[in-house]
Design a protein around this ligand. Sequence first.
Ligand SMILES: *Cc1c(COP(=O)(O)O)cnc(C)c1O
Length: 371
Amino acid sequence: MNIYEKFGLRLIINASGKMTNLGASAVNANVAQALSDASMDYVDISELMIMAGKVIAKVTGAEDGCPTTGAAAGIAISVASVIAGDNLGLLERLPYSDGLKNEIILQKGHAIHFGAGITQMIALGGGKAIEAGQANRVEKDHITSAITVNTAALLYVKSHHAVQKGMQSLETMLEIAKEHGLPLIMDAAAEEDLKGYVKKGVDLVIYSGGKAIGGPTSGLICGRASLVKACRAQFKGIARPMKVGKEAIMGLLTALQQYDEKVDSVQEQLKRMQWLVDQFSDTPGIKGSIIQDEAGREIYRGQLSINKGLLGIDANELIMKLESGHPAIFTRNYFANSGLIHFDPRPLLPGQEEIIVKRIKEIILERGNRE
Ligand SMILES: *Cc1c(COP(=O)(O)O)cnc(C)c1O
């Protein structure tokens, strides 16, 4: 029985992904130990923040780093830092920023909702989101013509939530930022590449600690030293209600240090997912295969293609039954309307693929018995 069950909650099997609404990541034993050890002792928080910045810098190749409670906080804090810097008088005024350069330009197809709206996170940091272009088409001119004397920064979002077509590339955004002497902030919340964007010259890159990094509920900002210093300064202002705990910081750093030797290796992912889909090779109405992540990341997911005519139940009904059972099984459902159910191997604990297969077979049998 896990701790959530002891408090009366359902056991969850997560084959969906690093989903915030399911608790993002289940950390490994090293990270859990760090969380526990850190919580049972004291530390000088300002020294901790500086040391954490150095570890983040080392792992990301950036000049400096700043831990946060998550990527959403990272966005608000980054925006505040480009508007107020580390000037106490200014940062204490935020989120009210009248009279300051406070406009943050992003492409309209990047004005996403990730569980909350990104433009609201910008506003929390005192920024005014300026959405350039149209939802599915943004030209370079849309961005350059949005730049005014009040522009504080450009913001680029790399995410499967963003519109993938018709947008200007990160390289173009960098070029525009350079030409106009503006900082470029990047939301790379769920990205796996911790070094590439800093290397390309992005001024502040934001990650979620609980997604690809596999850390506890946390996040980080990395980038240019002066701006990161300004990010840390925001904890005397708008970032105070986003205070990162010492436990979260130590858990995050431990996850970062073991990031390169990650356990969810591609071979292991493939093996588990192949096994899962193979269990349905004799089931009429289910066709299994392995597919790579739609955004091209090194993630290989199991795919079951459901033929309602043959199986007597469609993908959405099957998903509903999986989610309402005990344990509750959550799959990746972006293409459920096309009859496809996806299984993400990364968040699955050992052996849970067997429980999933068993439950799907039970659901199919229940169907057959009733009809
Ligand atoms: C998840 C996500 C966020 C928010 O991250 P948290 O760490 O949960 O605050 C922001 N932006 C994008 C693109 C995300 O995917």
